[in-house]
Design a protein around this ligand. Sequence first.
Ligand code: PLP
Length: 448
Amino acid sequence: MATSNAGLPQKRRIVTEIPGPKSKALQERRSRAVAKGVGSVLPVYVERADRGIVQDIDGNAFIDFGSGIAVTNVGNANPEVVARASEQLARFTHTCFMVNPYEGYVEVCEALNRISPGTHEKRSILLNSGAEAVENAVKIARNATGRQAVVVFDHAYHGRTNLTMALTAKNMPYKQGFGPFAGEVYRMPMAYPFRWPTGPENCGPEAAAQAIDQITKQIGAENVAAVLIEPIQGEGGFIEPGAGFLPAIVEFCRANGIVFVADEVQTGFARTGDLFACEHEDVVPDLICTAKGIAGGLPLAAVTGRSELMDAVHGGGLGGTYGGNPAACAAALASLETIENDRLTERARAIGATMLSRLRALAERHDVIGDVRGRGAMIAIELVAGNGDRTPNPTVLAEVLKHCHANGLILLSAGTYGNVLRMLPPLVISDELLDEGLSVIEDAFARL
Ligand SMILES: *Cc1c(COP(=O)(O)O)cnc(C)c1O
């Protein structure tokens, strides 16, 4: 096939200014066609992508430290994903599972039930986006418990629909001017080790005690349908809750008939070095929301959970026209097989070890790097004023991003204060490109 990616050279190459002339022309066209509310981190228009490289229409080749926001874990246009999805597309593109079902949907649900944490009996539902998965988890938890309140945390990100905007913490840009928001949503302090007043080692237990006290006193445990949390916060700045926090919250939920929902939309599918981030502390969620890394880039999302909760909802109460599209299901099956066969959890751990050691050494040399954190191929650095002052420093972050983008590295920001540099390389990136990408980041700091 003329459009095949096979053999796209795994080399960074910058041949024009960034963005190049063709991208600039398209950006101009875009401004007259696409609503301004949709942003782009780096407006270079893509021609093709493969493993660690994204190539633009001007012939520039960028190292990918973004994976389209933790989506292309198995690599862009992964050959297995392309083959399985193409074969499915040629047989049928859509029937709507609620009209005429098909095996692929069932197979994906079986796989999710098998690989998600916990050995209990499970059921799954397939949807289109992470936000839709979170919405459905809340619907299921409310329906199954007969309760209404939903507990979320500071710095949380759960999506952009009306309910998930209410669940998301940050106002700008996600919520500004889009209210009124859904009710019965309560926000608790997050176990944020780097900024915990009594130090990171006390963070987990103290934050759990605070959250449990506030839930009990402000809402009443008996009114809470669900506690919803990202086991490592994504958009919030790769905040890994202090040790012991998640297990303590789960224990509280179990004791009070509250559904514990893990939003693993960003952390799932080998990203953190485990298949799911919850596994790190042996946390078994009652419901787990997945999307992003599930299908190698095709739109698919899921809620997987205890059969007694999932099956509590009346027939017809859950669904959607496109949920579990057959091509997306085929892609998911290929992607899950690749993750298992190619041992991508181990690969994610190796990527994490390389990134952490290089970035910790970098932090020794630059005191604006306040914290280096994360697990597997989900690593971030938090930028601060420096000299012991932990005031967030979004200015330095913007300079670093600008240098990296101009020098051929796709890199994203995060954090409530816009001061976190986050790295999410595809798990199939080569060691050479990983090292080179980190060198570009080191150069950026050297030039500050
Ligand atoms: C991206 C994300 C979502 C929303 O997913 P969409 O597919 O963009 O709707 C929800 N939760 C988390 C943790 C995410 O990272």
